[in-house]
Design a binder for this molecule. Sequence first.
Ligand code: WTA
Length: 640
Amino acid sequence: MLQRILSLEEYRTAYKNSLEHSEHFWADVADNFLWKKKWDKVFSGGFEKADYKWYEGGKLNITENCIDRHLKLRGNKTAIIWEPNNPTEKNRIISYNELHAEVCRLSNALEKLGVQKGDTVCIYMPMIPELTYAMLACARIGAIHSIVFGGFSAQSIADRIQDAECKWMITADGCYRGEKQLHLKKIVDEALENCPSIQKSIVFNRSDFPVSMKDGRDVWAYELLKDCSTEHVSKEMDAEDPLFILYTSGSTGKPKGVLHTTAGYMVFAAYTFLNVFQYKPEQIYWCTADIGWITGHSYIVYGPLLNGATTTMYEGVPQFPDWGRWWNVIDKYKVNIFYTAPTAIRSLEAQGLKYLEGKNLSSLRVLGSVGEPINEEAWEWYNKNIGKGKCPIVDTWWQTETGGILISPLAGITPLKPSYATLPLPGVEPILVDANGIEIQELIAEGNLCIRKSWPGQARTVYKDHERFIQTYFKTYPGKYFTGDGCRRDENGFYRITGRTDDVIKVSGHRIGTAEVENAINEDPSVVESAVVGYSHEIKGQAIMAFVILKSEAALKIKLNSESEFLIQKEIAGTVSRIIGPIAKPEKIFFVSGLPKTRSGKIMRRILRKIAEEEFDKVGDISTLLNPEVVEEIKNLVSK
Ligand code: WTA
């Protein structure tokens, strides 16, 4: 098994070693896995063409490392604890032996259907164990999974299927989230109307909602699985064979299909899980993310299973049946490691302490935070009320593109500082650059966060668009990977991530591109043009503010009847929800007569951002604008 770093001194030695003898370091880490054939070369390539490769020549299957290798010693150990949405429903406890049988059965079923190595498979599933089986079965037969988060609309699913040319779909009839019943199959049916590349859609049964099955396309999973064996010989994969695609938002255009490959991702997910959380065998681990995001991929499924850990999957929401649910779950399973997002912490904090009464949280050893900057107040609340001052909080900074955690304390080892992600993991070299791309040498500094060299978990490309990949990450500051984040470094060399410097916003930790939202708003029949920015929100971290120019008929309607304003706002929010999904709905929509533009017609989002934050005196020089008068109008609207 992988070796854990056990002290700060060991960390410092490992860090130094990892930079001085990088290949040696990463070869040592990789040695702890099951390889069908060892690699020929640890690392090659570079950032210029983004052609870096890890463990080239190695042959393996990641699912043998997630499952098969644990069977001999830990076959009966719990791999997955599944907690249903409704506490009155029975939970499911899945051992490594059972996980093996289920993944093998589904692998056989997929192969029987005709799924082949290299095929892309779209997965749109609720948080049920079958989602994990589906992703692992894909990995076992060499198919590339592309999981779409359950909060995305039919159109978003269709966009992702078309972009990745998925041949296969895996979904469920429906699911339960809090009080809500979600008809997943219906959403998928709508998406598939525009997706001729899909040959078959496999439907798991989770609900009793009626569904219509399309002849020749839709297959019930239980029918397909009926006669399939629970043994399966996994496909031999090359180290650099694609493992999955995950769509994520950027500054411009449509979401990008970030591609991760097999060996490097595996090594990195496992290594970071073990070291950051300081996971010990027999501990119960729970990450509250959704598997539809990278956090779920790396730290509900791959990272924990690669370490033979017990990972918890919760189907529901934190407030169902009441805001004490998560504490109940921790108490019920005696969770030792708990990993969640600042937004959730702030929502729970807002409920007061009454939901904590009578809940035994004494099993907790380590707390984690991910997805957005954690403010000091939330950090202190989490520390005091959940960790009872005894659990280190690991504030983990990373991205969909990084595959795993890059900067974070190692629990119980690295000294903590609220709202600081602290130090890089061994093997990761962060640097700060100024606006001109010059590396800032001073220790205490603020700048743009870049990473100097590749690490195994780094994304390899944007699916079918390598040029966009190079442009997005390696052209702003040539020779470096640019993260898109701003960052501060203190006198101890601790890093504090201050947030995105581009047009990406983090709404409740969900990553959303302003351009995407603008495009969706502009589809609305009442709209001429729009500009979207993020602004600080007490619970969500950031929320979306939209400035919209209406067509004259709609504008007239509002003039004649002030109630129409609300109706048109609602309609626009509905349009965004239909096109992207409810997570991208603007929190506030203002109707304006114009948007601040440069003489060449570019929208000055910088000005709108300041106005949205109500930093009216920081709007700066507006004299060069094409239409400076709108700035006053917009200020007045927002300040009302
Ligand atoms: C932000 C999520 C501050 C950051 C794993 C990054 C964070 C983006 C932290 C990636 C953190 C993530 N502190 N900011 N601990 N973790 N971020 O791809 O802006 O959904 O660039 O990956 O989230 O978001 P993504």
